[in-house]
Design a binder for this molecule. Structure first.
Ligand SMILES: [Zn+2]
Length: 284
């Protein structure tokens, strides 16, 4: 099985993000350790291809595959030309805010609580990082919020919408959550598991499983084996990088698509590359 994944080269800001296939041993590992891994869907290249080809046609051919359940997936809610998250540069207040909204079905309190838990993991990073933009230092904030589908404002051109759903089971019993670009599904029995839910939110922000021994939340098992569930500096850097350079996103992965804008503008256009550098701040 081939699994496209992410690798970062170089240390300077202008590095490109490259993607390399590698051979997955996910199945064997799963059998050895007895626990599931989140990325199972993505580890199966054939399944991934099927998903990619089925999803856009789901309405047209609703019974084309067992995976056609995504036909009910309310992707229509989401502006297809929009962005799943946006990085907002506020030059006046010197902040950089990663913004996204997660839409739950109105009345689904379990999904709402699960999504709120998940985004709180990311939001708690606000202030942890600084971003040097030219000569200026900006503070990096996360503003991920949960709304229900009655709150979606169709007139808002900068919606950054994702959907967040609980599922009672996946066809692969090892899967505990999956993300298809801006649609997150978390196993209902894992609704209170911060690792599962926040890992999937990471995918919606464009992140894929790291290789090269990088530990942390975005490991395919959410760091269960390594014991590292933390969001890494590379994760935050990649989110901003992918918002600035969405073409660097691996098209074979249905991770989220980002954009960026400057506060006070409504467009989510991709502007010229900035000379920026992310660093960990020394907080008091
Ligand atoms: Zn994953």
């Amino acid at each position: 099985m081939n699994c496209p994944t992410i690798k970062k080269k170089g240390v300077s800001r202008m590095q490109t993000i490259r993607f390399y296939p590698f051979v997955s041993t996910g199945k064997e590992k799963d059998e050895e350790t007895g626990y599931g891994y989140f990325g199972a869907r993505y580890m199966d290249h054939e399944l991934m291809t099927m998903w990619l080809s089925v999803d856009p046609m789901a309405d047209k051919y609703p019974s084309i595959s067992p995976y056609a359940y995504c036909a009910w997936n309310p992707v229509k809610l989401v502006d297809p030309d929009g962005r799943d998250w946006v990085v907002v540069f506020d030059h006046k207040n010197k902040t950089v805010t990663i913004e996204a909204k997660y839409v739950v079905k109105k009345g689904d309190e379990d999904a709402k609580k699960s999504a709120e838990n998940a985004v709180s993991v990311w939001n708690s990073l606000s202030g942890e990082y600084g971003l040097k933009v030219g000569k200026d230092n900006y503070i990096v904030n996360f503003d991920l919020s949960v709304i229900d589908d009655s709150e979606v404002d169709a007139s808002n051109s900068d919606r950054n919408l994702n959907t967040y759903r609980l599922k009672s089971s996946f066809s692969n019993p090892n899967v505990r959550g999956e993300t298809n670009r801006n649609s997150i599904y978390v196993l209902a029995s894992d609704k209170d598991d911060f690792v599962v839910s926040s890992h999937e939110v990471g995918h919606s922000l464009g992140l894929i499983h790291p290789i090269g021994g990088q530990k942390g939340l975005m490991e395919e098992d959410g760091g269960m084996k390594s014991g590292h569930h933390e969001i890494t500096t590379d994760n935050v850097r990649n989110i901003i990088d992918l918002a600035l350079h969405p073409n660097n996103r691996d098209p074979n992965w249905h991770s989220g698509v980002g954009g960026y804008r400057e506060k006070g503008t409504s467009s989510v256009d991709i502007l010229k590359p900035l000379n920026i550098n992310l660093y960990k701040r020394n907080k008091k």
